[in-house]
Design a protein around this ligand. Structure first.
Ligand SMILES: Nc1ncnc2c1ncn2[C@@H]1O[C@H](COP(=O)(O)OP(=O)(O)OP(=O)(O)O)[C@@H](O)[C@H]1O
Length: 262
């Protein structure tokens, strides 16, 4: 791209709105996330963070407004279409197959991302590639030694790592993770932040997060959502210093994160 040409954002929300019955929950959100950026969405309970994720990943259709993935409209498309367009959202742990091994779970993730549009023969010819990709993912999430262990016998943190492996299996370049470290101990969380950074190198990452230690350890920019609007979208330092954010939400949370050494 020549100098001065504006780069297309990896993900862009334009005046996005969502109404449930009479209540407008998302009230005109504009957000442009650059390729390769790591963005955390924070905000009080009920602010609309999960709804925003659901709008981006296609679980909900917006009432109005646009969602663009690499410049292409994806609002109104179905989740699997959005996934194949290059945006992947973390599966919940319940979507891990408990009675399959770690390797088999990863391979399922790879095969699913290849889609059902392939004929059986083409599918078979892809199996070799899928195996290779699953081995690669296994190394990326550092579960080589658990390769043949059934998913149900993994520790909680290992299951969350597997979930991330499945999420990135198809090679999506925009990845959405919903509270990736929820329920983890402090030391597991610290290791997990490093893992997330490693596996998303070169990708665009969006997380919804309550843990301010994770937010400030992971994000290049933070979007603060309050009552369905983006109150601030800036670097961690700028958000920390933002008086409106302090007032609306952050105060005690930031003190906690700083106390934790992040
Ligand atoms: N399917 C739905 N139907 C009706 N109302 C909904 C629906 N989904 C979410 N809401 C409402 O939208 C508001 C925002 O919810 P949302 O889950 O997006 O908030 P959040 O910021 O993710 O909260 P939390 O941090 O507690 O997870 C809430 O008042 C919720 O009750």
């Amino acid at each position: 791209m020549s100098a001065g040409t504006p780069t297309t954002p990896a993900l862009e929300l334009r005046d996005l709105r969502k109404r449930f019955g009479k209540t407008e929950i998302i009230r005109g959100v504009n957000l442009a996330v650059n390729a390769g950026e790591r963005v955390a969405i924070i905000g009080p309970n009920g602010a609309g963070k999960s709804t925003l994720f659901n709008l981006i990943s296609g679980r909900f259709a917006p009432t109005s407004g646009e969602v663009l993935l690499n410049g292409q409209r994806i609002d109104g498309k179905r989740p699997f279409e959005i996934n194949r367009a290059g945006l992947s959202r973390s599966f919940q742990i319940t979507n891990i197959f408990p009675k399959l091994s770690v390797f088999e779970n990863l391979r399922c993730g790879v095969l699913w991302s290849l889609g059902y549009r392939y004929s059986f023969l083409k599918f078979l010819s892809r199996l070799h590639d899928a195996n290779e990709r699953a081995e690669q993912l296994l190394r990326m999430i550092h579960l080589e030694r658990k390769r043949d262990v059934l998913a149900m016998n993994l520790t909680y943190a290992e299951q969350r790592a597997l979930e991330i492996g499945i999420t990135i299996a198809g090679g999506a370049d925009v990845v959405l993770l919903d509270e990736p470290t929820a329920g983890m101990s402090k030391s597991e969380t610290a290791r997990f932040i490093d893992l997330i950074k490693e596996v998303t190198v070169g990708k665009t990452l969006l997380t919804v997060e309550h843990d301010m230690g994770v937010v400030f350890g992971l994000a290049d920019r933070i979007a603060v959502v309050v009552y369905g609007e983006v109150l601030a979208f800036d670097t961690p330092d700028a958000v920390r210093a933002n008086a409106r954010v302090q007032e609306a939400y952050l105060g005690s949370h930031v003190a906690d994160a700083q106390g934790a050494g992040h």
